[in-house]
Design a protein around this ligand. Structure first.
Ligand code: UDX
Ligand code: ADP
Length: 462
């Protein structure tokens, strides 16, 4: 297709976990559009141009290859691409602020504002700006003010189109989403801009799954969706603590509770805690917004979801310490998993890293093993570089270890030869299953002492 025959020029600023896969899907499904993804990080862009993509996501490479060079382009060239774009998606990172007012809670908007100013500088025609990053409610309005305070006579419509994809299943989520949400101003101009974005998704998503609303409701919906999902995990994790005290089985409780069609069975797996770049950040953002409106009780209610998550991680390490005779000094502990969940290389807010750090504080000899996430983990734990081993082979990681703590539910870990692993470990040998994915009875029969989450332990001691 010749460049001139593209019917729309779409630009995405930020080639990360959200921008990259989303734009790859749009380009693959809409060959009539030119889709350009731009990032300030040249290394990242080079990786997107190669077959070694900067993020691991099942199915992503195939989709990228389908469109790359045809109508999907990755570049660091910002100005000309902003100039040429009709629609600009912004998916730059919005980490939690680490300084000043709102530190530790609200989103750090410096990348967003910088981007808005870059857009303003390079634009010479009206544009639709779509916020894809999760942002505090009313950010779109602030951005619209910055953008529209120009003396070039250009008008920008800022829309909210939050991304609901989950990592590890991003391509399936993008191909077949439960819903797409697009928020805009509700005046004629806003609705017209919104329709442009609806038209993009309508190329492959049934119209009834494309929801439209006002901007603020759209921005808030994203925070609330993540808060509700995280709340379910904290709820079942809180119950897991009670199950361990009472010898009940949290999986049985979840099964029975989840059979109520009003509750549903998903997101009720007790674990060592939720991780990922979104849940904690979005809840703390919600907490901050509530506090800023004086809604202290509402803020406290949601903050407890995060507190229980922290409690669950500490409780897990507490169990390891207690069971390993109250001292971890010098004990080799193999951590199976570094990613915050299976099928991703992402380690952001991974419970595995929290557990690793707490074990290191206890002066354990930590060995971290993961099929995809070791490079990221190495970077995150650089300050402990001399005290931690990174080992991709689980058999070698477990060799001479006192305990294995399973922290990410990679399917690879389920099918290991645990009898062989047991033979190579110090005795007594322990398994702490932070995801409840292993065959606990089989491990017990091999000789392990097994400590699941929210289930009775299987111990060879009286
Ligand atoms: C989440 C939302 O699901 C997605 O809609 C949003 O766009 C971004 O945030 P993600 O962080 O990629 O996606 O992963 P998700 O599958 O939601 O898992 C988050 C964390 O919860 C992981 O650490 C996972 O292991 C944990 N989890 C999930 C549990 O501990 N138990 C469960 O039952 C489900
Ligand atoms: P997310 O999970 O929200 O996609 P990531 O951190 O994976 O977040 O990706 C965000 C991307 O945005 C990074 O690759 C970063 O380099 C890029 N980025 C940040 N600020 C800018 C900017 N001003 N211009 C272009 N890209 C930016």
């Amino acid at each position: 297709m010749a460049a001139s025959s593209y019917t729309k020029n779409i630009l995405c600023i930020g080639a990360g976990y959200v921008g990259g896969p989303t734009m790859a899907m749009i380009a693959a499904r809409c060959p009539q559009y030119k889709v350009t993804v731009v990032d300030i990080n040249a290394e990242r862009i080079a990786a997107w141009q190669s077959d070694k993509l900067p993020i691991f996501e099942p199915g992503l490479l195939n989709v990228v290859k389908e469109a790359r060079g045809r109508n999907l382009f990755f570049t660091t060239e910002m100005e000309q691409n902003i100039h040429d774009a009709d629609i600009i998606f912004v998916s730059v990172n919005t980490p939690t602020k680490t300084f000043g007012e709102g530190a530790g809670k609200t989103a750090d908007l410096q990348h967003w504002e910088k981007t808005a100013r870059q857009i303003l500088k390079a634009s010479e025609s009206d544009k639709i700006i779509v916020e894809k990053s999760t942002l505090p409610v009313k950010t779109a309005q602030a951005m619209e003010r910055i953008l529209n305070s120009n003396d070039k006579g250009i008008v920008f419509d800022v829309l909210s189109n939050p991304e609901f994809l989950a990592e590890g299943t991003a391509m399936a989520d993008l191909a077949n989403p439960d819903r797409v949400l697009i928020g805009s101003r509700t005046n004629e101009r806003g609705i017209k801009a919104r329709q442009e974005v609806v038209d993009i998704y309508a190329n492959w998503i049934p119209r009834e799954r494309i929801l439209t609303s006002d901007v603020w409701s759209s921005e808030l919906s994203k925070l609330v969706a993540n808060a509700f999902l995280a709340q379910r995990i904290s709820s079942i994790n809180a119950i897991s603590a009670l199950c361990e005290k009472t010898d009940a089985d949290v999986a049985e409780v979840a099964r029975a509770v989840g059979r109520d069609s009003r509750i549903g069975p998903k997101f009720l797996n007790a674990s060592v805690g939720f991780g990922g770049s979104c849940f904690q950040k979005d809840i703390l953002n919600l907490v901050y917004i509530c506090e800023s409106y004086g809604l202290t009780e509402v803020a406290d209610y949601w903050e407890n979801v995060v507190k229980i998550n922290d409690y669950q991680r500490r409780r897990f390490v507490g169990t390891i310490r207690r069971v390993l005779f109250n001292t971890l000094v010098g004990k080799r502990i193999a951590l199976f998993g570094a990613a915050f969940k299976a099928d991703t290389s992402d380690t952001r807010e991974s419970p595995a890293l929290y557990v690793a750090e707490q074990l290191l504080e206890e002066r354990a000899a930590v060995v971290l093993c993961d099929p995809q996430a070791l490079a990221n983990a190495k970077h995150d734990l650089a300050r402990y570089a001399e005290r931690i081993e990174f080992e991709p082979d689980p058999y070698r990681a477990a060799q001479g270890a006192h305990a294995i703590a399973l922290l990410t539910e990679w399917s690879q870990f389920k099918v290991l030869d645990y009898a062989r692993i047991f033979d190579s470990m110090e005795k007594p040998a322990f398994v702490f299953d932070g995801r409840n994915i292993l065959d606990h009875q089989a491990l017990y029969e091999i000789g392990f002492n097994v400590y699941p989450i929210g289930k009775p332990k299987l111990s060879h001691f009286a």
